[in-house]
Design a protein around this ligand. Structure first.
Ligand SMILES: Nc1nc2c(ncn2[C@@H]2O[C@H](COP(=O)(O)OP(=O)(O)O)[C@@H](O)[C@H]2O)c(=O)[nH]1
Ligand SMILES: [Mg+2]
Length: 228
């Protein structure tokens, strides 16, 4: 699963990725260069998921790179900082950019650095107002304090998982109509049930469940979670 983090510079995007994927935090400000993404594996409702979280630092300066970063993304975090008014005002522009570049992917709005709430340059009402206006789920986080970071990504992973499950349901419903195909795999002659059984015997004696919809669903699920 490819996840993007967008937002103005210095709101804490790289720190958030490092915190979530490596469990580390540093207050040294370094402009991110070179790192494409970090990953973390989580289990959600019994499904193993691999989140690849892409850093979009410096993107604005390299318009050509934009497409590559956004391409194939499954979800996005749109972040602003408690202490940076310009980052707050830029939120809708970032949302627009994600909507332009990606299909209708799940997004979440994040106000980072809530540990600095004393130095906030917007009120709680203003932040809530923006969240309402955008219609996105809103989290207040502190990468420094490791507050609400896991929740942000869990929410996006959950949105993605539900979406995949719905797609699978639709795919299975469609495949139902192609069932007779499997009845044809057996030896010549006989009814469809007999054919299916003789086909199983041929391929090693055990009655294999490999052709049940459930097995195919699982395989597809794993694949869907790891493509970029
Ligand atoms: N106080 C505080 N500082 C933070 C927090 N998250 C990030 N920072 C600091 O903000 C600065 C910019 O962070 P960075 O991750 O490089 O921002 P990016 O440009 O969006 O990738 C760094 O000095 C971080 O240590 C936070 O939750 N609280
Ligand atoms: Mg960065």
């Amino acid at each position: 699963m490819k996840v993007l983090i967008v937002g103005n510079g210095a709101v804490g995007k790289s720190s958030m990725i490092q915190r979530y994927c490596k469990g580390v935090y540093t207050s040294d400000y370094k402009k991110t260069i070179g790192v494409d993404f970090l990953e973390r594996k989580i289990t959600l409702e019994g499904e193993d998921m691999r989140l690849m979280i892409w850093d979009t630092a410096g993107q604005e300066e390299f318009a050509d790179m934009t497409r590559v970063y956004y391409q194939g993304a499954h979800a996005a975090v749109v972040a602003f900082s408690t202490t940076d008014l310009a980052s707050f005002k830029a939120v809708e522009r970032w949302i627009g950019k994600v909507r332009d570049q990606c299909d209708n992917i799940p997004m979440v709005l994040v106000q980072n650095k809530v540990d600095l709430i004393d130095q906030a340059v917007m009120t709680k009402e203003e932040a809530n107002g923006l969240a309402d206006k955008t219609g996105l789920r809103f989290y207040r986080t502190s990468v420094q304090e490791n507050y609400q970071i896991d929740e942000v990504f869990k929410y996006l992973a959950d949105c993605y998982l539900q979406r995949i499950r719905e797609e699978e349901k639709a795919a299975i419903a469609q495949k139902g109509s192609s069932k007779p195909k499997y009845a044809d795999t057996g030896a010549p002659g006989g009814g469809s049930a007999a054919n299916f059984q003789s086909g199983s015997k041929k391929s090693g004696g055990t009655v294999s469940l490999a052709t049940t919809p459930r097995e195919r669903t699982k395989a597809k699920k794993g694949f869907s979670c790891t493509i970029l």
